[in-house]
Design a protein around this ligand. Structure first.
Ligand code: ADP
Ligand code: MG
Length: 562
């Protein structure tokens, strides 16, 4: 029996009877695989996959012949699919169909996957009920009329805006290219001329449209890239080393740094940050008091705590502002980061600087903290780690800065020379006196016990609750301070990744090694390998290794080999 007849037949029956439609059905040109049927009308929507033969979709080969092209094309199709759902919703006053939809960034997602011979759209459908009874005719309309219409409009190349698709892929390839050549150009970041950095409001990710001052590059910092598409892009290069962003309050310092923080991801056309490109491993570092820390060597920053706690393997269930910021920084190094982004607004002052008067009042041996200003050069010289830092309130960083950028009414100005004149020194001169190295070349890797990441009292897979919380057994892993975790679908992927890592850890693998193995698997087999479910994997998007690391680090019952 076909799906339509089956649904008509169970019309009016108890909701649980929907279970009978599980399985694969031919619906017109595609197969509909109904993988998970909701148990009641209020449960999360049922999960299904639309499987179309490649021939029907007919994508131009040059768009999908490499991984980058497939990511960008899938992203385009997903956006188009979501738009077709909205259109359908407008004519039918609402739609029961949904797809995990992207925001301003282009990420590898599980929503639409382009395979060798077929294309799969992973959707969710709220199966209709009247009270607790099945509305079978309504369900048949949704699955055999509405879904095919959405598929027709959004997944067939002949009905797509071919130019828009080609541009989408080309932009993504250009952006990935710039990111890939930053290091060989001695750069950690790039901000294209004309970029719109401010957002419409504090809680949206879309650009400010009225009164936004487009970014303009100081002449001395101008660089340009010849792109694979043939175009050229020009803007401000942020060089390896120490870059300090200064300027009066409300002149756009944090906005620039936030854009760089997001610049680890490619942005869609029209976002304003298309040409803000940051090294892929750059990490935003902030204070995060209250977080849990397990066995992190924060001794380069903090030693001789009044409690006598060992700071080479520092653990706490309730970190202070300064210890949390130190732990965040050292963990970022452990995750392979080579560029740190730090804003005074979210930093612990005593972690960042200590002035002369305070040094006079409080003897050095009574102060456990060596401030970041004294460590930012060794970080660079010992470990090759660059820093971009916002410091509007203190000139203490002038001595250690390679570049100083002032923002004046949102306009960037190169004030490096003036800052060095004021300081009467520059890093070039202070480098002459070589200091003993305080950082190990390689950050010490932490090795969890084989059962070191096993959730307590756990029955169900780990799950994401929105962008910033993972429910892991009975523990909530709080990720709201992890600034570069941007999409709830990434959080969902990290939740599953934590379960996979818990399985993989054997008492020998370090956290970093286990994450590397897992991400290698994702690269060769797709995001689906993270999912505990067969068929529809859930709405997942690829996180960076740094954010997976961040989640593991914040798990309050992480247990290490000692
Ligand atoms: P700061 O960190 O220097 O105090 P912010 O970056 O927080 O300043 O910016 C202050 C305000 O100015 C914010 O509301 C921000 O959206 C806005 N803003 C930032 N950059 C621009 C710009 N280029 N054009 C217009 N408004 C901007
Ligand atoms: Mg600020």
């Amino acid at each position: 029996m076909n799906l339509r007849d089956s649904l008509h037949q169970i019309d009016g029956k108890g909701y649980g009877t929907y279970r009978q439609i599980r399985g694969t059905h031919q619906v017109g040109e595609f197969q509909l695989s109904i993988d998970k049927v909701q148990v009641d009308p209020y449960a999360p929507a049922s999960l299904m996959r639309v499987i179309l033969p490649s021939g029907v979709v007919d994508l131009p080969n040059e768009l999908v012949d490499d991984a980058a092209g497939r990511v960008a094309t899938s992203d385009f199709l997903t956006r188009r699919f979501a738009q077709a759902i909205r259109e359908s919703s407008r004519t039918n006053t609402g739609s029961a169909v949904s797809i995990g939809s992207p925001g301003q960034q282009v990420l590898q997602r599980s929503s639409i996957v382009i395979g060798e011979n077929s294309i799969e759209a992973r959707i969710a459908v709220d199966l209709p009920a009247s009270g607790r009874k099945i509305r079978g005719r309504q369900a048949a309309k949704i699955l055999t009329e509405e879904v095919p219409q959405i598929v027709e409009r959004s997944l067939k190349h002949q009905h797509l805006d071919a130019q828009a698709l080609a541009d989408h892929v080309s932009l993504y390839r250009d952006q990935q290219y710039v990111r890939s050549v930053l290091a060989s150009n001695g750069l950690v970041g790039f901000v294209g001329d004309g970029s719109i950095l401010p957002r419409r409001s504090g809680d949206t990710d879309t650009p400010l449209t009225e009164g936004a001052v487009p970014f303009s590059t100081p002449e001395t910092m101008r660089v340009s890239f010849q792109l694979p598409s043939g175009r050229t892009v020009t803007g401000m290069g942020i060089y390896e080393g120490v870059t300090v962003i200064v300027g009066g309050g409300y002149h756009g310092k944090s906005t620039l740094l936030s854009a760089l923080s997001r610049g680890v991801y490619p942005h869609i056309s029209g976002d304003g940050r298309e040409w803000v490109i940051t090294k892929a491993d750059a990490v935003s570092i902030r204070a995060e008091d209250g977080r849990s820390v397990t066995g992190v060597d924060i001794s380069p920053f903090i030693s001789g705590l009044p409690s006598g706690a060992d700071t080479t393997q520092f653990s706490t269930t309730n970190a202070s502002g300064s210890t949390s910021q130190a732990a965040n920084l050292v963990e970022a190094l452990e995750s392979g980061s080579t560029a740190l982004l730090i804003d005074e607004d979210t930093s612990a002052t005593n972690f960042m600087i200590r002035d002369e008067r305070m040094k006079e009042l409080i003897a050095a041996d009574r102060e456990p903290i060596t401030p970041f200003v004294d460590r930012v050069r060794p970080l660079l010289t010992d470990c090759g780690v660059s820093t971009v830092l916002v410091a509007g309130g203190s000139g203490a960083f002038f001595d250690v800065a390679d570049h100083v950028i002032a923002l004046d009414e949102y306009v960037a100005v190169d004030v490096t020379n003036r800052a060095h004149d004021i300081a009467g020194t520059s890093p070039a001169t202070d480098n002459a006196q070589t200091q003993a190295s305080v950082f190990e070349q390689e950050a010490a890797e932490r090795i969890p016990r084989a059962d070191g990441l096993v959730a307590q009292a756990k029955k169900k897979p780990a799950t994401a609750r929105g962008r910033s919380v993972i429910q892991f057994g009975r523990e909530r892993v709080e990720l709201s301070a992890v600034a570069q975790l941007i999409d709830p679908a990434q959080t969902a992927a990290i939740a599953f990744a934590m379960d996979r890592l818990a399985d993989e850890l054997d008492g020998r693998l370090s956290i970093a090694e286990a994450i590397t193995l897992l991400l290698d698997k994702v690269e060769s087999e797709g995001l689906e390998v993270l999912s505990p479910h067969r068929g529809h994997p859930g709405h997942l998007a690829l996180p960076r290794r740094q954010e997976i690391h961040s989640a593991v680090n914040r798990y309050r019952h992480l247990r290490l080999h000692t």
